[in-house]
Write a protein that binds this ligand. Structure first.
Ligand SMILES: [Fe+2]
Length: 239
């Protein structure tokens, strides 16, 4: 069976967040993804609980996806609605399923860009162990600026969660070692481009995959692809 190549992290929906600013740019980004062999793109638009309610976000996302889908051709990758959910307090008490990757329990979680508190770590534990979300921490490498966060990340990595490293972090010399270490530390290593546009943060999954292939080998890349399928497969279809 041919495994799909999945870009798990993108800001590809038009006029939605700080990503693509038009349908034309979204289409060009999708073309770039297709050229790189990507079959599926998760549209992980930013969700900030202090800005917007979950229902309003989902309605806005459906509208943006509809505008994009109407302009898409068959040769482009499939786009799955999702969200990059920024941590918020008491999030474990909310129904977050509408924010998960479509028809899954996969929650793409962006932790705070500060030193994490014990309460924040406990919230992630509750999301995984009590609420049974398949939590994926997005770009964990961006939070490793302090000893304390590195320690807490190690603690969280003991849980059955995914760590989604950005392809760009594998391409820069300053972050490559850390990105590779985190992929190896993860129960469920995953990759995404976190693309925002065609210039400063373009689709770059192919280059990131090449680094994984060179440094960690083909089997490791296959593991990433299998994990990508696992976190995107509708729960009704899961074995
Ligand atoms: Fe992002």
């Amino acid at each position: 069976m041919q495994l799909k190549t999945i870009d798990l992290h993108s800001h590809i929906l038009p006029d939605f967040d700080d990503g693509s600013q038009s349908v034309e740019i979204s289409l060009a980004m999708l073309r770039r993804e297709a050229e790189q062999g990507v079959d599926v793109v998760c549209a992980t638009s930013h969700y900030y609980a202090h800005h917007e309610g979950i229902d309003a976000f989902c309605a806005r996302r459906a509208e943006a996806l509809e505008r994009l889908s109407a302009a898409m051709t068959d040769d482009l990758p499939q786009v799955l609605p999702a969200a990059e959910v920024t941590y918020f307090s008491h999030m474990e008490e909310r129904d977050l399923e509408p924010l998960c990757i479509r028809d899954t329990r996969t929650l793409m979680l962006e932790m705070p860009f500060t030193d994490w508190t014990d309460l924040q770590v406990e919230t992630v534990e509750a999301l995984v162990l009590d609420r049974r979300y398949d939590v994926v921490l997005v770009h964990p490498e961006r939070f490793c600026f302090s000893k304390s966060n590195k320690h807490k990340l190690k603690q969280l990595a003991q849980l059955p969660i995914g760590l989604q490293v950005n392809a760009g972090s594998l391409l820069r010399w300053g972050t490559r070692r850390l990105a590779l270490d985190l992929l190896q530390m993860a129960h469920m290593p995953l990759l995404g481009s976190d693309c925002h546009n065609l210039t400063s943060r373009p689709p770059n999954l192919k280059e990131g995959r090449k680094v994984v292939m060179q440094k960690l080998g083909e089997d490791f890349l296959t593991k990433i692809d299998l994990n990508g399928e696992w976190v995107t497969i509708p729960t009704t279809e899961a074995p």
